[in-house]
Design a protein around this ligand. Structure first.
Ligand SMILES: [Zn+2]
Length: 92
């Protein structure tokens, strides 16, 4: 399932997040290799202006359930999402 890494502002608050298909895509993601325009679109803010920055890789952070369609920020793979967030799943 989806791996997540936070985007933090200058106070350390998480303001957004990036999604990855795997731990290895999270580890090897290099924001310097991504077009600034793409990041600004993804983040909705000026990535290169110290308003927000990607938190450093802090170890395995996977198995997140996401509710909207997302693509892996590293390889572009479409990630599985659950539109109902599991609320309608029967209790077993
Ligand atoms: Zn990936």
């Amino acid at each position: 399932m989806t791996h997540v890494r936070g985007i933090i502002d200058d106070t350390g608050d998480t303001v957004d997040q990036l999604y990855f298909c795997s731990d290895s895509c999270d580890i090897y993601f290099d924001p310097n290799n991504v077009e600034v325009e793409v990041l600004q679109t993804t983040l909705g803010m000026n990535w290169k202006n110290d308003i927000a920055r990607l938190e450093p890789y802090g170890g395995w952070n996977g198995c997140h359930e996401i509710l909207t369609p997302q693509k892996c920020s590293n390889c572009g793979t479409t990630l599985y999402h659950h539109p109902q967030g599991g609320e309608n799943e029967p209790i077993r």
